[in-house]
Design a protein around this ligand. Structure first.
Ligand code: NI
Length: 186
């Protein structure tokens, strides 16, 4: 297992469309282990392989709360089968867009088919934070970022901020990483 560097906006690799995996074998499981370690180290609650520069449709996630035992989840080649019309709003962030949070409205419930860590095909009905987090991570597989769900003005402002930061000299303000998604209450 190894901690890998996380790509940040405006890295063009984040816009790549990831390829299907097909079969979950030991090499995919090794990738998952690196992704999980990288995610826990950040720390974050979800990570897509493209965020460490691997354009494969692999997602790791752990939505356990502080003090609870770790509960890693793995999703390979996830496919959204159904989405609810009803939406819910969460304040989202992204390990690839550090220190930036905005409210995003997504389907409140989704049905997803995916391969698990043992290469078994599964289907789940997700709601709440899991539904939002899955949609956020599946977006990554399509080269989409949560800022794409914001108004054009907000999105352009965010991209500008990170493009400036990327150009600035070493030693300039370093962004702290933050968890991918925070629950929006009320
Ligand atoms: Ni993200």
């Amino acid at each position: 297992m190894a901690i890998r560097p996380i790509l940040c906006l405006p890295d063009p690799q984040l816009r790549a469309v990831s390829e299907k995996v097909g079969v979950v074998d030991d090499s995919v499981r090794a990738l998952m282990d690196d992704m999980l370690q990288t995610m826990y180290d950040a720390p974050g609650i979800g990570l897509a392989a493209i965020q460490i520069g691997v354009a494969k449709r692999v997602i790791v996630m752990d939505l356990s709360k502080k003090g609870e035992p770790p509960a890693p989840r793995f999703f390979v080649d996830p496919e959204i089968l159904e989405t609810s019309e009803e939406e819910s709003v969460y304040e989202e962030g992204c390990l690839s867009i550090p220190e930036y949070y905005e409210d995003v409205s997504r389907s409140a419930r989704i049905r997803v088919r995916y391969l698990d860590r043992e290469n078994i095909m599964r289907e789940i009905d997700a709601d709440g934070l899991l539904a939002t987090c899955l949609q956020h991570e599946i977006d990554h597989l399509e080269g989409r970022l949560f800022i794409d769900h914001l108004s054009r003005l907000k999105r352009e402002r965010a991209i500008k901020k990170f493009t400036k930061a990327a150009r600035s000299e070493p030693g300039a303000k370093k962004f702290e990483r933050a968890p991918e998604i925070r629950e929006k209450r009320g």
